[in-house]
Write a protein that binds this ligand. Structure first.
Ligand SMILES: C[S@@+](CC[C@H](N)C(=O)[O-])C[C@H]1O[C@@H](n2cnc3c(N)ncnc32)[C@H](O)[C@@H]1O
Length: 233
């Protein structure tokens, strides 16, 4: 990893580590329809509920997406990946009744993914990859980790290709946060967003998935900045 990436990922890791105690409370005040987005993502996994599917959750954090996967697929073989120890510790505590979950504390930039997975899922994490090339390369890594017919489901924030729509989406986001937080808190979120997040243009994301070799790409759910993108190997 080059120095810029190292510095940025270090700063993101530090930030999540200090925010880990408040994360579950804060995320629902910052991300509109957070629960709906995650439900849509997990609801789109095309498997029987009693199948022992092999699933990787990228950027597990405190485990909200992973919890939904485990609830819908109790027999799944789940691997949780996150670079922030304090966030992953919350997930471990949440799932302490399950000894069959694998935890990997690693940066996406240094991550080797196992092959033969049925599904790779992620929520609100991959926008931390810094450039379009980084994201496209990472999608290719995800593709290789899936078995033929396996799916990648990514619930994340995106940009619009159109400036007017992008302004509308940002306005809606800020309005939502203002219903939950003080102006100072909203500004702190926006400042962190400028510093840490590299959102992809939505339509670029769909194109990259096709270009790296996913055979079918679709959109399961979208609401302004939030999108659940679905791709089958
Ligand atoms: C906004 S949280 C999302 C957590 C959870 N998926 C959710 O939906 O609530 C983003 C998580 O991604 C992790 N993350 C960000 N960049 C990462 C990277 N480069 N490698 C591994 N994990 C990363 C952070 O540590 C954090 O726990």
């Amino acid at each position: 990893m080059d120095d810029d990436r190292l510095r940025k990922m270090d700063s993101i890791r530090r930030d999540f580590s200090v925010r880990s105690d408040d994360y579950d409370r804060d995320i629902v005040m910052t991300v509109p329809n957070y629960h709906k987005m995650l439900e849509a993502a997990v609801g789109s996994l095309p498997f029987e509920e009693d199948e022992p599917i092999k699933v990787i959750d990228l950027g597990t954090g405190t485990g909200s997406m992973a919890a939904r996967v485990l609830q819908r697929f109790p027999r799944c073989r789940l691997t949780c990946v996150d670079m922030t120890k304090e966030m992953l510790d919350k997930a471990k505590a949440r799932f302490n009744d399950r000894s069959d979950i694998t935890y990997v504390e690693r940066d996406f930039y240094e991550l080797q993914l196992p092959e033969g997975c049925d599904a790779v899922v992620s929520s609100l994490a991959l926008h931390h990859l810094m450039t379009g090339d980084d994201k496209q390369n990472f999608y290719e890594k995800v593709l290789r980790s899936l078995r033929l017919g396996g799916v990648f489901v990514n619930a994340d924030a995106v940009l619009s290709a159109d400036e007017w729509v992008e302004d509308l989406n940002k306005r809606k986001w800020v309005e939502f946060m203002r219903t939950n937080m003080s102006e100072q808190e909203v500004n702190a979120v926006l400042e962190r967003h400028r510093r840490e997040d590299s959102l992809p243009v939505f339509t670029d994301q769909l194109r990259w998935l096709t270009e790296v070799g996913f055979s079918k790409v679709d959109v399961i759910w979208k609401d302004h900045m939030g999108a659940v993108v679905w791709a089958r190997r």
